[in-house]
Design a protein around this ligand. Structure first.
Ligand code: IPE
Ligand code: IPE
Ligand code: MG
Length: 264
């Protein structure tokens, strides 16, 4: 397991984030600006995903997690929901072989019980095919909600304790976190949201406790290689103190405190 909690241990980190999590927002507005149906924005959004995956590979980012459909997105018009599901199916058909050829491990997190069997089977097959790949782990969050994630982890942990006849008087991080849906990954170092809104919209609420945030007004279909590089550059200049002072951070990096913002 790659997971380590920043509230338990001060994590080691590098100037390039290991894990980038993105709320890909603004597809609808991108299309509306062009007098096109919202769906056209979602289609272009898939192209932006392709470019982002490629750039992550170039930059040496190890984990990329993309919010594709939230547990609240079912509230959208039925037609838009159905097109989004269709696009997901088509993307699985068209892209997974390429991901595999590029050594990318593919994963999906979220409550998949609400998806139809065909989609669930394709997801399972894609995950199985790419399971042993090591170049980049690409996770798509589909019917995902941060609160759902914490609750499902608690329910699983509790069930397992009951079946092991183990009495638990209180929940701890150690007990809970192995059951979170991203237990296979370190927590995100960098969170990006396109589209101008500055909110989480119920994305990885547990895992973003110490993540650096980057908001951009760019709409997701316009988010390209240089946009990602800008976000990563911004991350490289942050001082990740994890509760400590700047001086303590500098000392831990073995440098003078004047340089921390460049080195962190
Ligand atoms: C994000 O773009 C994609 C999904 C939520 C599936 P939106 O569809 O939310 O685009 P805007 O926010 O309406 O522009
Ligand atoms: C968040 O975007 C979810 C995804 C990008 C999949 P939304 O567009 O659904 O978020 P809200 O509704 O504006 O908060
Ligand atoms: Mg939106």
């Amino acid at each position: 397991m790659n997971y380590e909690s920043p509230t338990q241990v001060i994590p080691a980190f590098t100037s390039v984030p290991r894990h980038v999590a993105i709320v890909m927002d603004g597809n609808g507005r991108w299309a509306k600006n062009r007098f096109m149906p919202r769906v056209a924005g979602h289609k272009r959004g898939v192209e932006a995903v392709r470019e982002t995956v490629k750039t992550c590979g170039e930059l040496g980012i190890e984990y990329l997690t993309l919010f594709a459909f939230s547990s609240e997105n079912w509230r959208r018009p039925a037609e838009e929901v159905s097109v989004l599901m269709q696009l997901f199916l088509v993307a699985l058909d068209n892209e997974v072989a390429k991901l595999h050829a590029n050594g990318i491990r593919f994963k999906v997190i979220g409550d998949l019980t609400r998806f139809d069997a065909r989609l669930r089977d394709k997801i399972a097959a894609s995950e199985a095919l790419t399971e042993s790949n090591t170049a980049l782990t690409l996770t798509v969050a589909a019917n995902y909600g941060g609160r759902w994630d914490i609750l499902q982890a608690m329910n699983k942990a509790q069930k397992e304790c009951v079946s092991a006849n183990r009495e638990v008087s209180e929940f701890t991080e150690d007990l809970l976190t192995p059951y979170l849906s991203m237990a296979y990954a370190p927590e995100p170092d960098l969170f990006i949201r396109t589209g101008g809104e500055q909110r989480l919209s119920n994305f990885l609420i547990w895992q973003l406790a110490y993540t650096e945030f980057y908001f951009t007004p760019e709409l997701w279909p316009d988010f390209g290689r240089s946009s990602l590089i800008r976000a990563v550059d911004s991350y490289g200049k942050r001082e990740r103190r994890f509760g400590r002072t700047s001086d303590q951070l500098a000392a831990s990096l073995g440098i003078s405190s004047d340089c921390t913002s460049d080195a962190a």
